[in-house]
Ligand binder design. Structure first.
Ligand SMILES: O=P(O)(O)OC[C@H]1O[C@H](OP(=O)(O)OP(=O)(O)O)[C@H](O)[C@@H]1O
Ligand SMILES: O=C(O)c1cc(=O)[nH]c(=O)[nH]1
Length: 237
């Protein structure tokens, strides 16, 4: 059964992602330029029930991380443009709904990909980041490039990054300086970012969870190609 080993909220989330067609199979070029046989398109969580499912899963993951001590306190939920924007706003709302006492006053904000030069101007929409502890909510981590960009923007505004939560950790290694196809071992993007910035980074699902959850739902060919991809880009940690 899909996601049998997973916490119920993770298994429900995986089922929503598969049923909602968010998890796609084929050939996709990633931000890192790798060609992947699968793609997790968080932009497809556009129906109200799917948005509820994704925001519930993020909120549960955040609450769990706070309760276990993995994640410290935060003031703002930040969604990197573009796909992070609805994720961060919906998660803020869901956190306050699930635990109004703890999260009723948290705020959200997000960046613009291009600065606005009229009206209120600037790069950030929503709560000002200066002096605040900021939790980044994004869809997927692959090579960590988008996460580095988000951290730099937050720091430039005077915010302090408290952690990062994503829906999916693709468990991929960083690109090798000699070329991405060198087949040389490399550490994971997630692990290196954690070390470099000293912040918690956690995911609702990993690629391993997805492969397990695909069994019986996706074609044997899609599963085989995804497993081959995992073997090729698997990180050392
Ligand atoms: O480089 P990584 O941190 O591993 O993440 C990969 C990211 O790349 C994509 O975002 P993109 O910048 O393409 O923006 P989008 O949200 O507008 O799709 C995708 O949504 C992931 O968030
Ligand atoms: O690495 C990416 O660009 C990427 C991977 C993925 O599964 N989904 C996505 O939106 N982006």
């Amino acid at each position: 059964m899909a996601g049998q080993q997973l916490a119920p909220y993770k298994a429900d989330f995986l089922k929503s992602a598969i049923d909602g067609g968010v998890l796609k199979f084929g050939s996709f070029e990633l931000k890192s330029k790798r060609i992947s046989p699968y793609f997790f398109n968080a932009g497809d969580f556009y129906r109200a029930d799917l948005l509820q499912a994704i925001s519930f899963a993020y909120a549960k993951a955040v609450i769990e991380a706070r309760e276990s001590g993995t994640l410290g306190e935060f003031d703002i939920v930040f969604g990197p443009a573009y796909k992070g924007i609805p994720l961060a706003t919906a998660t803020t709302d869901k956190l306050a709904q699930l635990d109004p006492k703890t999260y009723g006053q948290i705020c959200y904000s997000f960046d613009r990909k291009e600065a606005k030069d009229h009206g209120e101007g600037g790069n950030i929409v929503g709560a000002p980041l200066k002096g605040k502890r900021v939790l980044i909510v994004d869809d997927v981590i692959t090579a960590g490039t988008a996460k580095r960009e988000a951290i730099a923007k937050i720091q430039k505004e005077g915010g302090v990054v408290a952690g990062i939560v994503v829906a999916l950790d693709r468990m991929e290694k960083l690109p090798h300086p000699e070329g991405d196809d060198s087949n040389k071992p490399m550490p994971s993007a997630l692990g290196e970012l954690k070390k470099e910035y000293g912040i918690p980074i956690f995911a609702i699902l990993t690629l391993d969870d997805i492969i397990e959850g695909m069994k019986g739902l996706a074609s044997e060919e899609d599963i085989r190609r995804t497993e081959e991809y995992r073997a090729k880009y698997k990180a050392t940690d």
